[in-house]
Structures are given as C-alpha cells and as structure tokens.
Design a protein around this ligand. Structure first.
Ligand code: NAP
Length: 454
C-alpha cells in the first residue's frame, strides 16, 4: 500500500506537493479528538457557534487570493471562478450566522402535556467524504451547518485537492473553533470503510460519484448509520420555441461550461424544440466558440483543463462511443493531456453514452424535441434526478409541469444552482438527503421529542 500521495497541477503537469497518509494511530487520535471535542462543543450556546461563523467568513475574506489560487493550482479551475467559490462560502457563513438560531430552536407543539416540544440535538462526529470539483464550497456547505448544529466534523477530501483539505482545517482553527471541531484526514478508501464502522462516527455525508455512493452507503447501512448522498447528475436544459435567447443564452452556455463542465448540476443534455432548434444551435455554437482555453491563473480565462488527465480521457471515451452510434461533432472534441476542448454534439439518440451517462466535462449534446411534453419525456429518461431547467416565456404552462419533474430541483429561466437559502439534493441515482437551508441543517441532528407532565 502507498504511504504518500502526490498532487499535480493539471494545467502544466507539474508536481505540487507530497503528503504522507495518516498512520492508523494518527487516524485514531484524530477520531478521539473529534469525539472528545464534541462532548464540550455540544454544550456551547448557539450564540457562540454562530459568532464563530462571522470569524470564519472573515478568515476566508482576508485570504481570498491565497485560497482561490490553491483551488486553481490543484484542480485547474479558472481563477475568477475559484474566487467566486470562496465568496459563496462567505455568503454561506453569513446565512447560517443569521438563521441557524431560528432553525435549531425548540419547536413547541401543543398536546395534552404540560409542555411538549421538538429539540434539535447534535449527533456527534460526522464524517464527510468530498469531491474535488468545488473543493471549498462542497466542504463548507457540509461543515458550516453540521458544526453549527453542535456536531464535530472529519473530512476525507479527494486526493488531488489535499492542499485545500488541509487549508480548510487551518481556516476553522484560525477562526477560533476549538481544536478537534473540524479535522482533515489524509487517508485512503479502506480506512474510510473502517472508520464508518467505528462507534464514534455517527453518520456520513458523501458528495461524489454513484460508485462511491454505493460503496459508502452500503458500509453505513450495514452498521445502521445514516448517510446523506449527493451524487452525479445528468440535468436536462429544455429550450422551448418561445425561449428568450437574447436574454438567457449566456445562462444556458454557463450552465454547461462553468468549471470547465465539471459540475454535478451542469446542463448535460440540451433538449430543444423544433421551432427554435436551428437558431439555438447557431447562437449557442457562436457563444461556446468564445470560451477559449488559457492558463487558469489568468483573469480572462473561461475554460481550464479538466482536473486530471484520466478524467479528460473518460470524457473522450464517452464521446467516441456516442460517435460510433451516430452522434455528429459540431464543435471541439479535441483532447490534449488534461485539456478537453468545448464540444457540441448533435444527432443524439437516447441509447448514447452522452445521453445516458453523466458527462463530467465541457460537452453539450443537443437533442431535438417535438414539443414541451416530448421534451419532458426525454428529460425524464435518466437514472439521475438532480435537476431540470426550462427556458420559456410561458410561465403558467411551465408551472403546470412542476409535478411531472421527478428531480430535486426545477429551475425556470435560470440554471440549476445551489444557494444557501434553498435546499439542495437529488432523487434516484443522484442520491438522497438535502444540504443547505433549513433542511440541510436538520440532516445531522437528533430530532428529539420532549414531553413533560407536571
Ligand atoms: P469520486 O471519485 O466518487 O470521489 C469523491 C470522493 O469520494 C473522493 O474523496 C474520493 O476519494 C472518495 N471515494 C471514492 N470512492 C470511495 C470509497 N470506496 N471509499 C471511500 N472514499 C471514496 O467523485 P469525484 O470524481 O471526486 O467527483 C465527481 C462526482 O461527484 C461526479 O459524479 C459529480 O456529479 C459528483 N458531485 C455531486 C454533487 C452533488 O451535490 N450532487 C456535487 C459535486 C460533485 P479519492 O479522491 O481518494 O478517490
């Protein structure tokens, strides 16, 4: 078994750093510290915990350039988007600072009892297994509500963003969180499997692929532990004849190409009705052509490399397999090391890899539909259920379709996005449970019924 892991800059292939994997003893002592900190932390007031969120946001703000650069170096995200990621983490801190007290306060329920209410108590040590695509945001959206609810957190981050993982622990410590409240483990999959079974770990949250979800959830279920799973997606972006392309074309292109296509909620299938198809394709292509590749550290860069070369290779194989089944390349389809050029495909059928599977990179398959009902039927033909986008001027008709969307989100004239104020999560193979908002902070609490008679 390897004892070290090495991180590389995907833009130029240069080595960034080596990290030693934690020994068994070190992992155990991190777990013990998390548990013993929890015993005090759970007794602290909500006021104290929300005050720390102000400091947490301040530390992020004071070091925004440093953390943005770290994200860009480790996973190739264009620097302006890395900065936006940190800014979003700051907004998240602010949101829970202002609202956590309300979300977590006892809910009085009138019964025959002298007093009866629901209290939201912390569970203990919660383990998070996180992906590289939003290396700060994914972790913060787990950690901020989870810690504010009185739990402690352990992070196993994706190996290629270990620098970010360690920086995040430091941020919590600099903000004044007690030592042990939030800790990073530099470790492998087997250790995670063992940790989930340790009685000190009370629940696990995974954001990652379907494969990782099956593995983590089955280990957790064997020991009857709760899991929250935020997995892959294959979101449809439906564009109807009456869509306002002048107003929303940028939004549609951004829905696919932000983060160089590496977002779970990206538009991964464009389903366009016949009357607007040609106009859409022409305008969409011309906009995508303006997304040029450059050094992700440059302010103007809109498309970086994929986060690792093997990910660019996976994408290439999905596209090649679809081309064999008849897909036509309208733009792009060029790979060089970790770079994959923005790609548009047409003549898509529903048996193609780019239709059925999640494509985690800058590729936009365009599918023609007869009308809204046909478009929704095609959109729903997916094992995933993160979200659907619909672009139209006819809001009343769109509203009638809400009940027919099986996904965790339905965005009309907007790209599917996460927002601290709104719950976020999926259905079907996209996982279960919710993050963010009131719902997210209640995932890792004991919803306790208290009943008092005199
Ligand atoms: P991944 O390969 O599943 O890895 C995610 C995390 O899980 C990493 O930390 C990885 O560690 C770890 N992991 C994988 N298998 C494991 C196992 N058997 N035991 C313990 N840990 C395991 O996914 P990724 O490539 O990093 O991320 C892309 C995926 O995440 C996409 O499918 C995307 O849609 C999904 N995602 C979903 C959401 C959402 O909110 N729904 C958000 C972002 C991303 P190593 O790095 O060490 O392998």
């Amino acid at each position: 078994m390897k004892n070290t892991l090495t991180t590389y800059n995907p833009y130029n292939g240069e080595k960034l750093d080596d990290y030693e994997l934690f020994s068994k003893q070190k992992t155990q002592s991190v777990l013990n510290a998390s548990h013993s900190t929890f015993l005090d932390w759970k007794l602290t007031s909500i006021k104290k915990r929300t005050n720390l969120l102000i400091k947490l946001g301040d530390v992020l703000n004071e070091n925004i350039e440093k953390y943005s650069k770290l994200i860009t170096l480790e996973m190739g995200k264009p620097i302006s988007q890395s900065r936006a990621e940190i800014e979003k983490c700051i907004l998240l801190c602010d949101f829970y600072e202002k609202n956590a007290d309300r979300f977590l306060s006892d809910q009085i329920i009138e019964t025959e009892a002298h007093e009866s209410f629901v209290s939201y108590d912390p569970l203990g040590v919660i383990l998070a297994v996180m992906p590289w695509n939003y290396p700060f945001w994914q972790v913060f959206r787990f950690a901020v509500p989870t810690l504010t609810a009185g739990n402690t957190g352990l992070l196993k981050h994706a190996s290629n963003v270990t620098g970010c993982a360690l920086a995040i622990q430091e941020i919590f410590e600099q903000a004044g969180y007690p030592i042990g409240c939030f800790q990073t483990l530099v470790t492998d999959h087997d250790t995670i499997e063992n940790l989930i079974q340790d009685s000190k770990i009370k629940a696990v949250s995974l954001t990652g692929s379907e494969k990782a979800g099956v593995s983590i959830a089955s280990t957790a279920s064997k020991v009857l532990k709760k899991s929250v799973l935020e997995l892959g997606g294959n979101n449809a972006c439906i564009v109807l004849d009456d869509a306002d392309l002048d107003k929303y074309l940028d939004t549609m292109v951004n829905a696919r190409f932000q983060n160089s296509g590496q977002s779970c909620i990206a538009a991964k299938r464009f389903i366009v009705t016949e009357g607007i198809y040609d106009e859409f394709l022409e305008k969409f292509k011309s906009k995508v052509e303006s997304y040029t590749f450059d050094d992700p550290l440059k302010e103007s860069t809109k498309i970086g490399t994929q986060a690792r070369e093997d990910l660019a290779e996976d994408l290439k194989q999905q596209i090649e397999a679809s081309i064999k089944k008849g897909a036509k390349v309208i733009l792009g389809n060029k790979k060089e090391k970790a770079y994959f050029s923005p790609t548009i495909l047409t003549d898509i059928t529903e048996d193609m890899e780019v239709f059925k599977e999640e494509t985690f990179g800058p590729v936009a398959p365009i599918i023609k539909a007869k009308d809204l009902d046909d478009a929704i039927e095609k959109a729903s033909n997916s094992k995933f259920g993160l979200g659907t986008m619909l672009f139209t001027k006819d809001i009343e008709t769109a509203r009638k379709k809400i009940i027919h969307i099986e996904d965790g989100a339905f965005f009309i004239n907007e790209l599917v996005k996460s927002d601290p104020r709104l719950p976020f999560g999926g259905t079907k193979a996209s996982g279960y449970g919710r993050e963010l908002s009131n719902e997210g902070i209640h995932e890792f609490v004991n919803i306790k019924t208290v009943y008092i008679n005199k």
